[in-house]
Design a protein around this ligand. Structure first.
Ligand SMILES: [Fe+2]
Length: 354
C-alpha cells in the first residue's frame, strides 16, 4: 500500500462511465491500468491533458485488490521556471513570416506588396522604418506555396497549377527582400516534400530556384540559432491533434497549445491523428532543447505569448480565407508579421492587413 512511481508510455486513455480518467500505461515488459479519480482535482485536471502515445510519470497507490493504480499525481518534464535567455549582443531583429501560400488565388498580393515596400524602407512612420532597417533575418515556418492536391477540389482555388511554377513565383516575390537579410525556409504540409514528419528540407531542384538569394533550407521541425538566440521552428500540423485531444485547448489558440508542447517536451506524440509521423530510429519530434523562441504556423493566426521565458509565436499567413476554412468557420488572421528584437527579446507585430 505504499506509494509507487512509474514511467511509461500511454497505451490507452479515456474517461470512464463515472467520470474518472483511465490511463493504461505500458513499458517493454508490462502494462498497468491507472485511474485518476475526479475528486482529486489537481491530478484529475492534469489527467485531462494526457494524450495517447506520450510518456508520463505517475505517482500512486495500488487499489485493495491490486489490479488498479490510484493516481496521486502525474508528472511531466516541463521546463524550468526561469530560463536564462540567450541574447544577441547587437540590436538585430528577426521577422517570422509563415504560410505564404504562393500559387493560391487567395494569396494576398496587395498586402505582400505593402510588406515589401515597408521592408525596403519605403513605407511606414519613423519607428516602423527603423524596425525594418534592423531586420537581419526572416524565418519562414512552412507552406511557402499552396502546393497541389493537398485537399479536395484545391485546383479550383489555384492560380498556378504547376508546383515548380509556384516555387519560381515565390522566388520572384522573395527577390524583392533586401540582400542583407538572411532567410531560413522550412517546409509545411502544403510543400513539395514528403508529408510525414519530420520533413526534410526542400530537394535540390527546388533549392536551385533560389541560388541567387541568401536562403538556408532546413527541415521541419528544426533548431537553429540566430546571433546566439535559439529558435525552434515547427510548421505546426500537430496543433490540431492537440486541440482535438485535449479539451481545454482550442485550434484558434495555438500559443496555449505550444505551452503544453513545452511542458510535455514533445511536438507530436500521438500516432494516427492529423499529423502523419514517419517511424524514425530517433524521435525528432521530442523537444530536447529549450529554445528562446518557439515559432509555429499552420493555423494562420498571428499570436504572441510567453511560457517561462520562452517567446511563443504563431506567424500569421499571406492567404485570405479559403473555401475550406470558410466551411470550417475558421477566420484566419493574415498579413501580419511578428518581429523579435534578438537583443532585448521584445516582440512587435506589424499589420499589413489593411
Ligand atoms: Fe498554411
Amino acid at each position: 500500500m505504499k506509494e509507487v512511481q512509474l514511467v511509461g508510455i500511454v497505451k490507452e486513455v479515456r474517461n470512464t462511465k463515472n467520470g474518472h480518467r483511465l490511463i493504461i500505461l505500458e513499458d517493454e515488459t508490462d502494462e498497468i491500468a491507472c485511474i485518476s479519480i475526479k475528486q482529486n482535482r489537481d491530478s484529475f485536471s492534469i489527467a485531462q491533458e494526457v494524450i495517447l502515445d506520450e510518456i508520463i510519470g505517475i505517482n500512486g497507490k495500488l487499489s485493495k485488490n491490486g489490479d488498479l493504480l490510484i493516481i496521486n499525481s502525474i508528472v511531466y518534464p516541463d521546463i524550468s521556471i526561469q530560463n536564462e535567455k540567450h541574447k544577441s549582443e547587437i540590436p538585430v531583429y528577426s521577422a517570422f513570416l509563415s504560410d505564404i501560400h504562393v500559387g493560391s488565388k487567395k494569396f494576398m498580393q496587395d498586402q505582400w506588396n505593402s510588406f515589401i515596400k515597408w521592408i525596403n524602407g519605403q513605407m511606414g512612420n519613423t519607428r516602423q522604418r527603423d524596425v525594418a532597417s534592423k531586420i537581419k533575418y526572416i524565418v519562414i515556418p512552412g507552406d511557402v506555396v499552396d502546393g497541389i492536391g493537398i485537399y479536395p477540389n484545391q485546383e479550383e482555388e489555384l492560380e498556378i497549377i504547376d508546383v515548380y511554377r509556384q516555387y519560381e513565383t515565390l522566388a520572384e516575390q522573395l527577390r524583392n527582400i533586401p540582400d542583407h537579410i538572411s532567410i531560413i525556409m522550412q517546409p509545411g504540409n502544403h510543400d513539395a516534400v514528403r508529408p510525414a514528419e519530420p520533413q526534410p528540407a526542400f530537394e535540390k531542384e527546388i533549392q536551385d530556384l533560389f541560388t541567387d538569394m541568401d536562403i538556408t533550407f532546413v527541415g521541419n521541425p528544426c533548431y537553429f540559432s540566430l546571433n546566439k538566440v535559439e529558435i525552434l521552428s515547427y510548421h505546426g500540423q500537430s496543433l490540431l491533434d492537440y486541440a482535438t485531444n485535449i479539451q481545454h485547448l482550442k485550434y484558434n489558440q495555438p500559443v496555449e497549445t505550444m505551452k503544453v508542447m513545452l511542458k510535455k517536451h514533445h511536438l507530436a506524440p500521438t500516432y494516427g491523428g492529423y499529423t502523419p509521423l514517419a517511424p524514425e530510429h530517433m524521435d525528432y519530434m521530442v523537444i530536447d532543447r529549450i529554445p528562446d523562441i518557439f515559432v509555429t504556423g499552420h493555423v494562420h493566426l498571428a499570436q504572441i505569448g510567453d511560457y517561462r521565458g520562452v517567446t511563443l509565436l504563431n506567424a500569421s499567413s499571406w492567404q485570405e480565407q479559403t473555401t475550406y476554412q470558410k466551411m470550417l468557420n475558421f477566420i484566419p488572421d493574415s498579413a501580419k508579421l511578428p518581429i523579435v528584437d534578438l537583443k532585448t527579446s521584445n516582440v512587435t507585430m506589424m499589420d499589413f492587413s489593411k
